[in-house]
Ligand binder design. Structure first.
Ligand code: AHR
Length: 503
């Protein structure tokens, strides 16, 4: 069996991980909101129209933030359409997704859902068809106690306490030609700065995210990021980063090695932030908000809005996440964890149905393969990030050349608990992982969870929801674990009580 040695040192700490790294995203897109979160026709929904079976799954996860309402959707959205008496709300065509927007789920419903789902909102303002004025009205509606036009309007809608929304996105993917109201870098930089000024004058406690490049393939990357930050560095707190990986037309290893290019993307954008910081002689370090990331399901269902435009909640970007998708997804998660010193927020795009870990059917909820690494990150990902390095023979990726067979991250969750996450990207061979844990003399492996399969196309579905689930692996005394081919692994080490004394 191949061996890889993974080394960490208790003194080589990268710093605390912001739990917001494990956030998610709910857009008015496909069946994420209508038919997912909100489905008043379903017998499984409560009196407010929220699917209770989904809430029961989400509540215990304590997802830190859910970004809302878009995505591309936000760039054509009038937030005022979604507040007040539901019977008087207008129905409109959503040009981003060729769907019908009934506005029955709007701002206050989303806030109610957040309370029920045990999460907090991260809101985006429309800088496509609207601008600073609508943004500051929305902020006033959300965060001002009373005594102003918009705060009193909120109170007249039955919401007496302000929502207190802390984190706001200044538009969405404004560099993309697909975006409603796309901008040049100079145009968007100025718009973001002026919107930010108004919003922070109104509520100086908020945090703002400026749109970075929408992906690393677009021609303007990373020049866009340089120009935008040059215009609004002093006014904003984060630069957004987006990335989706897909396996189509490539070897399994190339797909799984895609997360290495995500490392590069984060490091490039961190460098961009620091160049502008130096140029401006600023004392502020810009953080990244990776507010859209995911892989595309390899088994795709046709998009309903292409055949039948202008319907409510069409099926878009739905399908089945295979084992191979789950491994690529896990690699992305590790990239985020390993860069958590600069990536403070990250949102899994999205939460339900549309590329989500949860899928709703009329009968209930089932979970995709990718749910499990996300769950493990939420449970075992918080803590202090440690530098981790490994040695071992690399694999040969046709696209990228030599790539490491195992990708990993190490988190000290508490003084007596340590988690090592690891993906074995070798889809044919097991690898013995020998963990050199310097400074953790009295720690031993306490549990080993694994999920994966050499059948890379295996997946869950409504009829077989438990086809691919994690299993506990035998734990041998010491610090060694066998990583089966094509697996995501969670190794939990625990301080051995009284062991020092016994020795
Ligand atoms: O998450 C789906 C879409 O992908 C979002 O609306 C957009 O921002 C991105 O291109």
């Amino acid at each position: 069996m191949k061996h890889i040695t993974l080394s960490i040192d208790r003194d080589f700490r990268k710093g605390p991980i912001d739990r917001r790294l494990y956030s998610s995203f709910a857009e008015h897109m496909g069946r994420c909101v209508y038919g997912g979160i909100y489905d008043p026709e379903s017998p499984l929904s409560d009196a407010e129209g929220f699917r209770t079976d989904l809430l029961e799954e989400i509540r215990p996860l304590e997802i830190p933030l859910v970004r809302y309402p878009g995505g591309n959707f936000v760039s054509g959205y009038r937030w005022e359409d979604g507040v007040g008496d539901p019977a008087s709300r207008p129905v409109r065509r959503d040009l981003a997704w060729k769907s019908l927007e009934t506005n029955q789920m709007g701002l206050n419903e989303f806030m109610r859902w957040c309370q029920k789902a045990n999460t907090r909102p991260m809101l985006a303002v429309n800088l496509g068809t609207r601008g600073p004025d609508a943004a500051r009205s929305l902020l006033e509606y959300c965060n001002v106690e009373s005594g102003t036009y918009w705060s009193d309007l909120r109170r007249s809608h039955g919401v007496l306490k302000p929502h207190g929304v802390h984190t706001w996105c200044l538009g969405n993917e404004m560099d993309g030609p697909w975006q409603i109201g796309a901008q040049s870098a100079a145009g968007y930089g100025k718009l973001a700065r002026e919107t930010a000024k108004l919003m922070k004058w109104l509520d100086p406690t908020i945090e703002l995210v400026a749109c970075g490049s929408s992906n690393n393939q677009i021609a303007s990357y990373p020049q866009w990021d340089l120009e935008v930050l040059d215009a609004c560095y002093d006014q904003v707190d984060y630069l957004s980063v987006h990335r989706y990986l897909g396996g189509k037309g490539q070897t399994a290893l190339d797909y799984l090695a895609g997360c290495d290019t995500m490392d590069e993307q984060i490091e490039t954008l961190t460098a961009v932030c620091d160049v502008i910081k130096a140029k401006k002689r600023s004392k502020k370090t810009m953080m990244l908000s990776f507010d859209e990331w995911n892989v595309s399901p390899s088994i795709r269902l046709p998009n309903e809005n292409e055949e039948k435009p202008w319907i409510v909640g069409p099926r878009i970007s739905e399908g089945f996440y295979t084992v191979q998708d789950m491994l690529a997804f896990s690699g992305m998660l590790l990239s985020l964890i390993n860069h958590s010193d600069r990536v403070r927020i990250a949102c899994l795009a999205q939460l339900v149905n549309m590329m989500g870990p949860f899928m709703t059917t009329p009968e209930g909820v089932w979970k995709q393969t990718v749910y499990y690494p996300y769950l493990h990150a939420l449970r075992y990902g918080p803590g202090v990030l440690l530098h981790s390095a490994s040695q071992g023979r690399p694999l040969d990726s046709p696209k990228y050349g030599p790539v490491s067979a195992v990708v990993h991250a190490a988190v000290e969750n508490a003084p007596d608990t340590l988690t090592i996450f690891a993906v074995n990207r070798d889809v044919k061979h097991p690898i013995q992982l020998d963990c050199a844990l310097h400074g953790y003399a009295d720690f031993a492996l306490a549990s080993h969870l694994e999920i994966g399969n050499t059948d890379l196309s295996a997946h869950n579905c409504a009829e077989a929801p438990l086809a691919v689930v994690p299993s506990s692996q035998p734990v041998e005394a010491g610090r060694t674990a066998v990583l089966h081919p094509a697996t995501w692994n969670v190794l939990r080490f625990q301080r051995q009580k009284g062991r020092r004394k016994a020795q």
